[in-house]
Design a binder for this molecule. Structure first.
Ligand code: GH3
Ligand code: MG
Ligand code: MG
Ligand code: MG
Length: 329
């Protein structure tokens, strides 16, 4: 224990000297600082760092309890262990009051020097450990803050990247954003050209059963193969097919009427059918098939592209209801 300061507070000068002598006679290696009142004690704590305070209870003006409460209330001093030293030996009530105001121990005069010195050693040590823990906690809190801000920075960058990309990670088709943007711009173009705009919505039949039977990884491989078969059926530059959701796709076919869109849809159905991907648990056939809905409109200003999605979704539902592996309008 090096360079540690102990504050002794007592209104009687002779008590202060006795205590100073006792503490300095031992090999504690501490500096003993004296204060003759609570106020003087508080003043001393402003400029000196203490590892322990021995505090008399009965003092004029500000007593030991009041002093202790003030010490506990200040950030600088709240962790300094306080040992009350009092002549009030017979009042149990006082012991309680002492602990309540934040003391770590309560000793009665006359003090047994051996007891006092052992306690001082223990409490100084505990105090140091507490400060060390406080410091470590602060460092950890700081680190947590840094990590949290890093995390949110990364999340922001991720969102920014996702917004920039138009491609679906799994299938390499257009993603949802690509679909929304294409549909919007084709809708605007259709408003001017008054040409029909068609959508085909494609949904894999009994795909949940496929995953359940072959596993999610095989499911992903199947999704990729279906996606690329769908894409291969599109001949015109302006046609796109995008991944709308899990195992659902939407093709946007500008300047295409219902008849033409149904032809494309039927081509898509056949393309997937002829992949011949085994699906032993399918309730339709023994291989992977798709159901398709088709819908066509000539865009008008009083309507919105969302309406077309609703319509094509309805058509798809009809294809499912009518037995799957087919095209409905
Ligand atoms: P239905 O013929 O009525 O369309 O039956 P379904 O099982 O395909 O219908 P549903 O839409 O309820 O299930 C779609 C399933 O597709 C759910 C999920 O297991 C699977 N799925 C969705 N997204 C993915 C994906 O990215 N990878 C894989 N492997 N499976 C997916
Ligand atoms: Mg479904
Ligand atoms: Mg499905
Ligand atoms: Mg589905």
């Amino acid at each position: 224990m090096n360079n540690l300061n102990i504050l002794v507070v007592d209104d009687k000068e002779e008590n202060l000297f006795t205590m100073k002598q006792l503490l300095e006679s031992e090999d504690l290696n501490v500096s003993v600082i004296l204060a003759q009142s609570g106020l003087e004690a508080l003043e001393k704590t402003l400029t000196i760092d203490f590892s322990l305070i021995l505090l008399d209870v009965q003092m004029p003006e500000m007593n030991g309890y009041e002093t202790a409460e003030l010490l506990r209330g200040s950030k600088r001093t709240k962790f300094i262990p306080i040992i009350f030293v009092t002549a009030n030996s017979r009042e149990e009530n006082n012991i309680f009051k002492g602990y309540e105001s934040g003391a770590v121990d309560y000793l009665f005069k006359p003090i047994n020097p051996i007891v006092l010195l052992s306690k001082i050693r223990v409490f100084i040590d505990l105090g140091l450990q507490k400060i060390e823990l406080e410091d470590k906690t602060k460092i950890l809190d700081q680190k947590i803050k840094e990590l949290e801000s890093l995390k949110s920075e990364l999340e922001h960058k991720n969102i920014a990247l996702e917004q920039l990309t138009m491609e679906d990670g799994l299938t390499s088709l257009g993603n949802r954003r690509c679909l929304d943007l294409t549909l919007d711009s084709e809708w605007q173009r259709g408003l001017r050209s008054k040409q029909p705009l068609s959508l085909v919505m494609i949904d894999i039949d009994h795909f949940k059963l496929y995953n359940d039977t072959y596993g999610h990884q095989e499911g992903d491989i199947c999704l990729k193969r279906v996606a690329s078969a769908l894409k291969s059926t599109l001949k015109r530059q302006c046609d796109i097919v995008a991944r709308y959701g899990g195992e659902e796709f939407i093709a946007v076919l500008p300047d295409t009427d219902l008849e033409g869109a149904v032809l494309v849809a039927e081509r898509m159905r056949q393309a997937v059918d002829s992949l011949g991907i085994s699906h032993s648990s399918s309730l339709t056939l023994d291989h992977v098939t798709v159901s398709l809905g088709v819908s066509t409109v000539i865009p008008v200003a009083t309507s919105m592209s969302g309406f077309l999605i609703k319509a094509v979704d309805k058509a798809l539902y009809k294809a499912k209801e009518s037995g799957r592996n087919q095209v409905s309008i």
